[in-house]
Design a protein around this ligand. Structure first.
Ligand code: PBG
Length: 323
């Protein structure tokens, strides 16, 4: 006699009863892109269905996200090219529209978590995540700016700062700076394992850090995608430096990394399903090659099954009502 595994697959109710993984809107984090100005809501051609908003139009989008059950959003600035320079000066400028806009927005949405990326790529004229020195990104000079930027966004009311720059020692420096500045409760969600990926293109087009199809080389600081032990090292280190949560990014090509990290790390793991992953699904669905909702949900479930607690994903608000 052979075992009849199909018994547990014979009807939806029993399949649902024995399902190992489920996903709720509260575990999805919706990214948004913000621009200066008023009444802006422009579609991002590289990210079908995603928009750049000004701080007045984002209000409606956040209400919708909230109604759909989304509990946290990830906010990214798109800075006018004229304001970018080699030193990323506008990041720390008093008139930074993004930081000033956050202050007001936070007051309007006290019950939804704000996560803000900490890296200099939206602000540098060259598009690197830090400032340059001796032919490469200068680690320590960049970390000093990131720590200051973190206190500025914490002061604006942002609850979660998310360093995505991959400089060494930045989590400890940010934690210390936040603490001495009175922001002991500000959480750090570190992009601990951020790979040097080919799937970031649509995001870079969205924030204008690089023309679509360009190829800026971040391999001097982002992880080599041939390595997973390196990801474990980064996670252990960021956790020792005081990270509250860690991000693994991209998502689907790195399920093995999520799975390995989950076994050694007791911090919550957030998978970032990046722009290129989302765009692939959208475009394939547009061509009639797959059903977007069904295929997208499968990818989200896979990320949870591998061991993530939550997912940053562009379709969060869209899929939430269907969960
Ligand atoms: C900035 C940053 C990037 C992403 C998130 N934060 C781009 C990069 O590192 O070049 C990519 C996100 C996505 O592709 O959706 N450091």
């Amino acid at each position: 006699m052979f075992p009849r595994y199909r018994r547990l697959r014979q009807a939806p109710w029993i399949r649902d009863l024995v399902a190992e993984v489920s996903i709720a809107p509260a575990q999805l984090i919706q990214p948004y892109f913000l621009v200066d100005g008023n009444e802006v809501k422009e579609e991002i051609s590289a990210l079908p269905g995603q928009f750049r908003y000004s701080f007045d139009t984002i209000v409606e989008a956040l209400h919708k996200a909230q109604e759909a059950g989304i509990k946290m959003v990830a906010l990214f600035p798109k800075i006018d090219a004229k304001l970018k320079d080699e030193q990323a000066s506008y990041s720390l400028a008093e008139n930074n529209f993004f930081i000033n806009g956050l202050v007001k927005l936070k007051k309007q949405f006290p019950n939804i978590g704000f996560m803000v990326d900490v890296a200099l790529d939206p602000y540098t004229s060259h598009g690197h995540d830090g400032i340059l020195g001796r032919g490469d990104v200068d680690n320590d000079a960049t970390v000093a700016i990131l720590a200051q930027y973190s206190t500025m966004i914490a002061e604006a009311g942002v609850e979660v700062v998310a360093p995505s720059d991959m400089m060494d020692g930045r989590v400890a420096a940010i934690r210390e700076r936040l603490d001495v500045s009175g922001f002991q409760n500000t959480m750090i969600c570190s992009y601990a394992a951020k790979f040097c990926s080919n799937f970031y293109g649509p995001f870079r087009a969205a924030v204008g850090s690089q023309a679509l199809g360009g190829n800026i080389d971040k391999s001097g600081y982002q992880l080599d995608f041939r390595n997973s032990k390196e990801a474990l090292k980064e996670v252990i280190q960021d956790s020792a430096e005081g990270a509250d949560m860690i991000i693994i990014k991209p998502g689907l090509p790195y399920l093995d990394v999520i799975c390995r990290v989950e076994q050694i790390c007791d911090l919550p793991i957030i998978a970032y399903q990046v722009s290129g992953e989302y765009a692939m699904l959208k475009l394939a669905a547009r061509e009639g090659l797959l059903d977007f909702n069904a295929a997208y949900l499968e990818t989200l479930i896979s990320l949870q099954r591998a061991g993530s607690n939550a997912i940053i994903t562009y379709g969060a608000t869209e899929i939430a009502p269907l969960l």
